[in-house]
Design a protein around this ligand. Structure first.
Ligand SMILES: NC(=O)c1ccc[n+]([C@@H]2O[C@H](COP(=O)([O-])OP(=O)(O)OC[C@H]3O[C@@H](n4cnc5c(N)ncnc54)[C@H](O)[C@@H]3O)[C@@H](O)[C@H]2O)c1
Length: 382
């Protein structure tokens, strides 16, 4: 399959590109280094440096014998994206190319505007260039479980059958985001749904939970093939942050009561899910929405597991509740369905103590590089 990865230099994009290439697909990765630039601008550098995208592809070729083509450019630039899709003619596009940080999007007007323009325009351009050059192509779009918010009813996979005054209709499941970033993901879904039902696009929208991990079969081949790993308050996801805090001897920063519950998944399972989606495309004119996570945890459950496993490895881990910089429920009902990817064949890598110990050990190798000044929250919602 010819697979185009937008955002192919990112935390998820780079391991995805390698995994598709390792499995024999033709891969083309595109990125404009937005994440690298924003990390530098906000003093949120990752735990270790990673080579730039063309260098990464060279190293991967030397290690695996497999090629990945790449181009540096902006998906919100219609002409650029149009050229790439016309020339490569992908059968599937995995769209990761967005500004993914909720705190960054809440920092101020400039950051909110960048997030809104970048995310919505990249999706909008992708829709148009696919319609123009590759209308059969399967768009696999990364959404987030955060689109649903934390409703007081079960979260379904994308859709809700509503009975109103004796009549029935299936609607997109109600969405209520907790940040401007998550709101842009809702706007993406609305755009995709409009173009699917009007122009017959073929789309999978993956509602993904927070991802953790640093290890995939390809990343493990060479240190220079590791994904970018953020542990700061702006770009780090919660478990990656807790693991780094445990290694650094900094108390784990649990926001408020720690009852915030979400669905999580291992980086290895992101790759599996995306590849399962690509291998099982929906029909034209279908918007398939899949909830992409494997286990639900509250923040306090994650903190307790990191404390226990960290202690077993000789780290003195402390847990500290700090004032919540976000506006969110800290104690709430949460029950999200996630059976469709399992039906497609997903075999989850669960968060066992062994998996967590391996992650702590790997991060521990870089303990000297941890900058403790970028751990506490620097952005407040209000
Ligand atoms: N990491 C998670 O836990 C998680 C959870 C749910 C959803 N997601 C979604 O998955 C996707 C990837 O997330 P990630 O963690 O890998 O983030 P990331 O920032 O590491 O990767 C995104 C990549 O896209 C690039 N990019 C952004 N805008 C671009 C543009 N206009 N043109 C070209 N390249 C552009 C960035 O430079 C970056 O390399 C995002 O859409 C994010 O919203 C991530």
């Amino acid at each position: 399959m010819r697979v185009l990865i937008l955002g192919g230099d990112g935390y998820l994009g780079w391991p995805t590109a390698m995994s598709f290439a390792a499995n024999g697909h033709d891969v083309f990765a595109v990125d404009n280094y937005l994440r690298r630039n924003l990390a530098r601008e906000t003093c949120s550098e990752p735990l270790f440096d990673t080579p730039n995208l063309p260098k990464r592809t060279e190293i991967f070729r030397a290690v695996s014998g497999k090629g990945i083509d790449s181009a540096i450019g902006d998906c919100s630039d219609h002409e650029f994206l149009s050229r790439i899709v016309r020339d490569f003619s992908p059968e599937a596009v995995v769209h990761y190319a967005e500004q993914p940080s909720a705190p960054y999007s809440m920092r101020g007007h400039r950051e909110a505007r960048l997030t809104l323009e970048n995310n919505v325009l990249a999706t909008f351009n992708l829709i148009h260039v696919v319609l123009e050059h590759s209308p059969e192509c399967h768009i696999i779009k990364l959404g987030t479980m955060g689109e649903y918010g934390t409703p007081n009813i079960d979260i379904e996979e994308g859709w809700l059958e509503v009975t109103h005054k004796g009549r029935k209709q299936k609607f997109l499941y109600p969405r209520q985001a907790g940040s401007l970033y998550h709101t842009t993901k809702i706007l993406d879904t609305d755009l995709l749904w409009f173009y699917v039902r009007t122009f017959g696009l073929r789309v999978t929208d993956l509602m993904q939970g927070p991802v953790y991990g640093i290890s995939t079969p390809e990343c493990d081949c060479d240190e220079k093939l590791l994904p970018n790993f953020h542990y700061d308050d702006i770009f780090g996801t919660v478990l990656n942050r807790f693991v780094t805090q445990a290694v650094a001897g900094v108390p784990l920063t649990m926001y408020g009561k720690g009852g915030q519950t979400r669905g999580y998944l291992n980086l290895k399972d992101t790759l599996q899910c995306v590849e399962l989606a690509a291998g099982n495309p929906p029909a034209r004119g279908e918007l398939r929405i899949l909830n992409q996570f494997t286990e639900q945890f509250s923040v306090s459950q994650l903190a307790q597991q990191v404390t226990r496993v960290g202690a077993s490895l000789g780290y003195e881990v402390q847990l500290q509740s700090i004032a919540n910089p976000r506006k969110e429920a800290e104690d709430h009902y949460y029950n999200a369905q996630h059976s469709e990817l399992l039906k497609l064949g997903l075999r989850p890598h669960l968060l066992t103590d062994e998996v967590l110990a391996d992650m702590i050990t790997k991060v521990g190798r870089y303990s000297a590089k941890i900058d403790k000044s970028i751990i506490m929250p620097r952005v407040r919602w209000s």
